[in-house]
Write a protein that binds this ligand. Structure first.
Ligand code: CU
Length: 155
């Protein structure tokens, strides 16, 4: 599997190269937002695009969010016709590429919320990338902003 492949590649790289650390300059976090759910909920999801402008693969291994007890990396997968969320221990961002955390796929799960953020509230999200925290302010919204390619009709 690619996970073990990357682990092996990283171990190999560490033997011959100095430890690569994610500098802010190598990582761009774009379009971060948190989904506003009813205030009775204690968990919600956050989404963003992580762009790697560096020449080496970067690994996202976790994160934190203001007001959340803990944050997990999740992927929504269809298993036997049911949508399930599976925790991911690592998400790789290819060199010169990006990974999109978006509804229906990869996302951050904000757990043990002290209070559900309201629409318009800013939440500080920090991702652990290459072992270093990289942070962004995420806006809380009820739904994704309609994307250019997204047919978003209201009936
Ligand atoms: Cu989730």
């Amino acid at each position: 599997m690619s996970y073990f492949g990357i682990r092996a590649a990283l171990s190999l790289a560490l033997m011959v190269l100095p430890v690569a650390q994610a500098s802010q300059a190598q990582v761009v976090l774009e379009g971060a937002w948190v989904r506003a759910l009813p205030p009775t909920q204690t968990r919600t999801a956050a989404y963003l695009t992580v762009r790697n402008t560096g020449a080496e693969v970067l690994a996202i291994t976790g994160g934190t969010a203001s007001g959340a007890g803990r944050v997990e990396l999740h992927e929504t997968l269809e298993v036997d016709g049911m949508m399930r969320m599976q925790q991911q221990s690592v998400v790789e961002v290819p060199a010169g590429g990006s990974v999109e955390l978006a509804p229906g796929g990869l996302h951050l799960m904000l757990l043990d919320l002290q209070a559900m953020p309201a629409a318009g509230d800013l939440v500080q999200l920090c991702l652990t990338i290459g072992g270093e925290p990289v942070c962004v302010q995420a806006e809380t919204r009820r739904d994704a902003a309609p994307a250019k390619h997204d047919e978003h009709h209201h009936h």
